[in-house]
Design a protein around this ligand. Structure first.
Ligand code: FAD
Length: 317
């Protein structure tokens, strides 16, 4: 079922969902299941599975061969989505990125998603890879997420790149990313919102936000979206702080602000055990306020760990 249908069927009740990462180097699938299992109690109608590109550095060898950086797509997303749908009977939402894919590979993976009975795709540009610094699109691929949304939307209306495949339209529900504190490459929030609107105009059905810790950023973002005619569901992305290092790491990686009150509470902690508890308490309060405002879904970034999310969800659902 489509994410948008899950939301309308919930009749205003806030749903619980989360995102998992495919493990590095084909690690055992059982680890993924062990993280998902405790979260099933909260009836997630859908689970997102991210898609990544990664780099391997080959260092200088004794025979003098120079270091080489190899970029590849991390495998797992398609298989894990299939496994989730089969084992848990919930909708898996694969992420699909522009980076590293040509349009034909994109079409092929979408055809596979369709065969697997996947109804939703979260469409993204993807982050730049480290050695390139700025995002470089595949020469035969897409530069921005709005172009990838258009490709999916074309398939939804039966327009494929190669006519021989154009014998049946897909019907994917399309999610996209939104940034309450603006995307880091954007000069300002208004410019970023115009591009967000472009993705909606291209056919996107819902938005999932970058993580944030200050609900006012989300509320302002939603009202700005509404004021420029973005009327799709806007799902808040949530991540609890769990170690002291997050105070610097999360703003650096995700280009977001940490509220002073949270920073002070974490800094007061003697050890990471207490930071973990502070993170849970902050997130529970944050989510309670979001629920009061009637957010459609609380979408948690699990980053491979589910214990704190389980504790938080127990207090909310
Ligand atoms: P876009 O919407 O293409 O925007 C990128 C930048 O370009 C923005 O600054 C925007 O303002 C600007 N822009 C957009 N369109 C245009 C245009 N037509 N012309 C000029 N400028 C434009 N990354 C992964 O690699 N794998 C994942 O699975 C993944 N999952 C994510 C899930 C969520 C919910 C979020 C919020 C992010 C996720 N990311 C993931 C990170 C994401 O790929 C990066 O934030 C990336 O840098 C931008 O992706 P986007 O889809 O928002 O890009």
């Amino acid at each position: 079922m489509k994410v948008t249908e899950h939301i309308s069927n919930a009749n205003g009740k806030t749903l619980f969902s989360f995102e998992i990462l495919p493990p590095k180097k084909g690690e055992d699938l059982q680890n993924i299941f062990s993280n998902i299992d405790p979260l099933m109690e909260f009836n997630p109608p859908f689970i997102d599975v991210t898609y990544h590109r990664e780099e391997y550095e080959y260092r200088e060898l004794p025979n003098g061969l120079i270091q080489k950086i190899v970029t590849r797509k991390r495998p797992g997303t398609v298989g894990i989505c299939a496994a989730i749908q089969q084992k848990y009977k919930v909708d898996a939402v694969p992420h699909l990125i522009c980076g590293g894919f040509n349009k034909e590979e994109t079409e092929n993976i979408l055809i596979d998603f369709n065969f697997l009975g996947i109804d939703n795709i979260l469409v993204l540009r993807g982050d730049p890879i480290k050695s390139e610094g700025i995002f470089k699109p595949h020469s035969q691929g897409h530069s921005y997420a709005n172009e990838l949304v258009s490709q999916v939307e074309n398939m939804n209306s039966g327009k494929y790149l190669h006519e021989e495949y154009a014998n049946g339209a897909t019907d994917f529900c399309i999610g996209i990313a939104g940034y309450p504190e603006k995307h880091f490459e954007s000069p300002n929030l208004d410019t970023d919102l115009n591009y967000l609107k472009q993705k909606i105009n291209a056919g996107a059905d819902y938005i999932v936000t970058q993580l944030f810790f200050d609900n006012n950023k989300y509320f302002d973002f939603v009202s700005k979206c509404r004021s420029i005619g973005i009327n799709v569901p806007i799902i808040p992305g949530i991540k609890p702080v769990s170690i002291k290092k997050h105070l610097t790491a999360l703003p650096n990686i995700f280009h977001i602000d940490m509220p002073q009150e949270l920073v002070m509470a974490v800094e007061k902690c003697k050890d990471n055990k207490s930071v973990y508890e502070v993170g849970i308490e902050w997130t529970v309060n944050q989510c309670k306020e979001l629920m009061k405002h009637g957010v459609p879904v609380l979408h948690f970034y699990s980053m491979g760990r589910s214990e704190n999310i389980t504790k938080i969800a127990k207090k909310l659902f």
